[in-house]
Ligand binder design. Structure first.
Ligand SMILES: Nc1ncnc2c1ncn2[C@@H]1O[C@H](COP(=O)(O)OP(=O)(O)O)[C@@H](O)[C@H]1O
Ligand SMILES: [Mg+2]
Length: 172
């Protein structure tokens, strides 16, 4: 199953995870309307495709006013984005996510993926978030931590704590 970022963020939000305010847009006008509704000084216009690596490929734009939102939305809608995950043929952008801009201090990486070898969901995390996670995996695999989740028990609290410790999430 493939879902877009804005759809997955809605799922996370429904479980109480803090996500930035954001609204999907299918047209340039809708993108501008969304930015008005969100109302933060910076909004991010993000191409919604079923692939990562969008930032590096120019699919994520920081807009400081409504004119910039309009220009970026026009540029991205209908464009074929080629990222390191799409293959050379790329993927066509049919929708956008307009999201409140965050003032980023630090980016972490955290994912849950299926590991077919162990037939388990594995939680993977790294302190080296941002846009170079594939490079980290290839060149510094010791910077990526894994917790294999027992399907009967689910994610155990000690595993979440160990992950937080391993990737240096600051203590409250
Ligand atoms: N809401 C946001 N506010 C500020 N910067 C953002 C926001 N969303 C994404 N970015 C920046 O854009 C980069 C790429 O976005 P991301 O969602 O990670 O897409 P991808 O992983 O496909 O490149 C992020 O690493 C971050 O630096
Ligand atoms: Mg990313």
């Amino acid at each position: 199953m493939n879902i877009h970022e804005y759809q997955s963020k809605a799922v996370l939000k429904s479980y109480g995870v803090a996500v930035p305010e954001g609204l999907p847009a299918f047209t340039v006008e809708e993108a501008v309307e969304n930015a008005k509704k969100i109302g933060t000084p910076v909004v991010v216009v993000k191409a919604q495709i079923h692939a990562g690596g969008r930032g590096k490929a120019g699919g994520v734009k920081l807009a400081k006013n409504l004119d910039e939102v309009k220009n970026y939305a026009s540029e991205l809608l209908g464009k074929t984005l080629v990222t390191h995950q799409t293959g050379p043929e790329g993927k066509k952008v049919g929708r956008l996510l307009v999201e409140a801009g965050s003032n980023i201090k630090k980016e972490y990486y955290l994912s849950f993926v299926i590991d077919r070898q162990t037939a388990r969901v594995v939680m993977m995390g790294s302190e080296e978030g941002g846009m170079e996670i594939e490079k980290v995996a290839a060149e510094m695999p010791e910077k990526i931590f894994k917790e294999y989740i027992d399907p009967v028990i689910g994610l155990a609290p000690f595993q979440a704590t160990r992950m937080a410790y391993n990737i240096n999430i600051p203590r409250r």
